[in-house]
Write a protein that binds this ligand. Sequence first.
Ligand SMILES: Cc1ncc(COP(=O)(O)O)c(C=O)c1O
Length: 401
Amino acid sequence: MTKRHIAIADLKISQKAKKYVLQTLNDNRLSYGSFTEKFEKEFARLHNRKYAIVTNSGTSALQVAIHALKEAYSWEDGDEVIVPALTFIASSNAVLHNNLKPVFVDVEEKYYCIDPLKIEEKISPKTKAIMPVHLFGQSAEMQKIMKIARKYNLKVIEDSCEAMFVNYLDQPVGSFGDIAVFSTYVAHIIVTGVGGIVTTNDEQLAVMMKSLMFHGRDNIYLKIEDDDTNNRIRLNSLIERRFQFEHIGYSFRLTEMEGALGLAELENKNSIIKKRQKVGKSLTNALSRYSHFFQLPQIRKNAEHCYMLYPIVILDKRIEKEEFLLFLEEHGVETRLFMPLLSQPIYKKVFGDISLKFPVAKMLEDRGFIIGSHPYLVQDDIKYVQDLFGIFLKNAKLLEK
Ligand SMILES: Cc1ncc(COP(=O)(O)O)c(C=O)c1O
């Protein structure tokens, strides 16, 4: 069998994206400009949201989202935000960076998102928000989560960094909560290299987030064209206000080149999602013959999956995870761990060894792993992965030769 390379992610920059980026360079335009503005407007429209603001990462988008909510609703240091016990570390780090306390809730055994049945028992008088994470490309159980949030008057921040343009109950991920956050980092759905987007329908929050990512600046001055005014009254207030700061903000802007990449990717989103779904479904078809050994991605009722990644859980205790991952890696299949959170050295230091309190997350950390399901995998790649699984199981004498 010829060795193939099955990467976690792959990237092919389209002609259109190259053209748009070149245009920004030819126009000598690197700061916020028309590509970024169009990208934001279109992204907001596609999510039925009034506002979308791009930032230089999903993490910085999370940071301004939580900061804005904290400031707008006068949350105090030490107030609590409910987060899943299994996610990429940036989700709960953003809570910590805002001097709030992440309160972990175990996840669903089948879909890996926060378990809505375990949220209420974690709500205290200090709880201010819930942060569901649409992990690996599929929506969390938003209907139940929104119901709990309404009952306890909590804000909802959707961490949609791993899912984009997939529906749950005919509604796109990132359009349920008060604020949603997306990432356009290289391995994600729409790719700009680095980048993030935050969306909301709330004007006050939008204005504050836009300011926060721009050093906390007065929003009268957003882009260089704001200087081009013949209106004396506006010019007068611009002179006064364009260097005024209203919040303790951050420098979270990105360049117009990423805005150009983002717009080109957005114009191609249907094809990206379709290809990912085709690859995800093909992997499931190919590996389903081994489904008594492995739990493959399952799709929630009334939901879609965009397979940002392809999560697999080893069910059969006779399979040593380390041995299996080594075998896959040696044969060119890149793997990643299953978004371990509570076992991270820094979290053990901060929170102690609490992972046993979250048995599902712990089991998934112990027995789960990820392979790629990016749009450039072809049928021969999928067959190769299928064959490797078969060879391993036969070598381990778990399958007949
Ligand atoms: C669930 C989740 N949240 C947040 C982030 C942070 O996004 P970024 O890498 O763009 O900062 C990621 C990134 O991979 C993620 O997977």
